[in-house]
Write a protein that binds this ligand. Structure first.
Ligand code: ADP
Ligand code: MG
Length: 329
């Protein structure tokens, strides 16, 4: 039976407590990271879990899995504008496979080194043996980043008149997944591009840092553009209009049928691009942030008073059947 309100209804009913139970409180409840104020700075903390069979194929290249397990967490730090500092790794393994672990940790630590993010602890355990075979390989990473006091990006803060921007290109990872599931086909070069985007996401850390004080609201796109944008709209109490033709798509995705392009770019998951808003007066600062981070940025729409509308270039509304990925919907 689907849970009422889906994954986010469950979180709101059971795991969101507005009253503090300790000395530390978060400024970022419902955001990509918890933001904790220390004496002279702010700590950003996020936790993400990956399960074999749900988030990755059990036979995935372990080096890419190590990379991706940390990348999805660094992406949440980027969404808060935080600089990665440390992470903890909890892992449940069906077996002790030395070759697999060597490759996994190579992918994990290469990304960690690239971002100066140290592995400071964790937990290692074995999955239970079940009648159907061992329980799924499970990886949970908690990552911590640093912000200046009072700084950081949040999903709240978008205001009517703000422009909506997104980094990179959307939908490739979802197309890579469809390809792996045999739901679409592509030539070998496109297939390699799309699979690479699924398995080796690049967290937009430098862009997040450069957007501090520039973006009015931000988050990372992990569950599909429309569903994720709704989180910004709800938290900011605003609406939005998007223009389909402005949504950045790779040449590989553009070679897919239009229905696949739309499904992947609007409701696909695993993009790990930054979605953010800013008043038009900050456009020059925002483009400078994109140049400094060497990430292309696309202006895809406008914040309005209420509702979410997608239009084509001529201004005609496009039906929004696609709504974003939700584990319990
Ligand atoms: P993201 O996709 O950015 O990782 P999620 O969609 O997983 O974020 O979570 C949305 C919000 O709900 C986040 O602020 C997250 O910290 C919070 N959250 C999710 N699961 C739990 C939980 N079990 N307990 C407390 N907070 C949770
Ligand atoms: Mg996120």
């Amino acid at each position: 039976m689907p849970a009422a309100g889906g994954e986010f209804g469950l979180i709101a009913r059971h795991f969101t407590h507005r009253t503090s139970t300790g000395a530390w409180a978060s400024q970022g409840v419902g955001d990509d990271c918890a933001l904790i104020d220390l004496a002279d700075r702010r700590l950003a903390v996020t936790s993400d879990m990956l399960l074999a069979g749900r988030h990755f194929f059990p036979d995935v290249d372990p080096e890419s899995l190590g990379h991706k397990a940390l990348a999805v967490n660094l992406s949440d730090l980027a969404a808060a504008g935080a600089s990665p500092r440390a992470f903890f790794l909890a892992i449940a393994l069906p077996a002790a496979d030395e070759a697999w672990l060597t490759a996994f940790s190579r992918g994990l630590m290469a990304l960690a080194r690239a971002h100066g993010c140290a592995l400071l602890g964790g937990d290692t355990t074995r999955t239970p043996s079940l009648r159907e075979g061992p329980g799924p390989l499970t990886i949970c990473i908690t990552a911590m980043g640093e912000l200046p006091a009072g700084a950081g990006l949040s999903r709240a803060g978008a205001a009517p008149g703000d422009e909506i921007w997104v980094s990179g290109e959307l939908g490739d990872a979802a197309a890579g997944l469809k390809l792996a599931l045999g739901e679409i086909s592509a030539d070998m070069a496109d297939a390699a591009t799309l699979r690479e985007r699924l398995e080796w996401p690049q967290p937009r850390v430098a862009l997040g840092e450069a957007l501090r004080g520039v973006a009015s609201a931000a988050m990372d796109v992990s569950d599909g553009l429309l569903g994720d944008l709704r989180h910004i709209l709800e938290r900011s109490g605003v609406g939005a209009e998007l223009v389909w033709e402005r949504i950045p798509l790779s040449p590989a995705l553009r070679r897919q049928p239009l229905a696949v392009q739309r499904d992947c770019a609007l409701a696909g998951g695993d993009d790990y691009e930054l979605l953010f808003t800013a008043p038009p007066a900050r456009r020059a600062a925002l483009l400078a942030a994109g140049r400094a981070a060497k990430v292309p940025l696309a202006h895809i729409g406008q914040i309005g008073a209420a509702g979410l509308v997608l239009r084509d270039a001529a201004g005609a509304p496009i039906e929004l059947a696609a709504s974003g990925y939700d584990h319990f919907a």
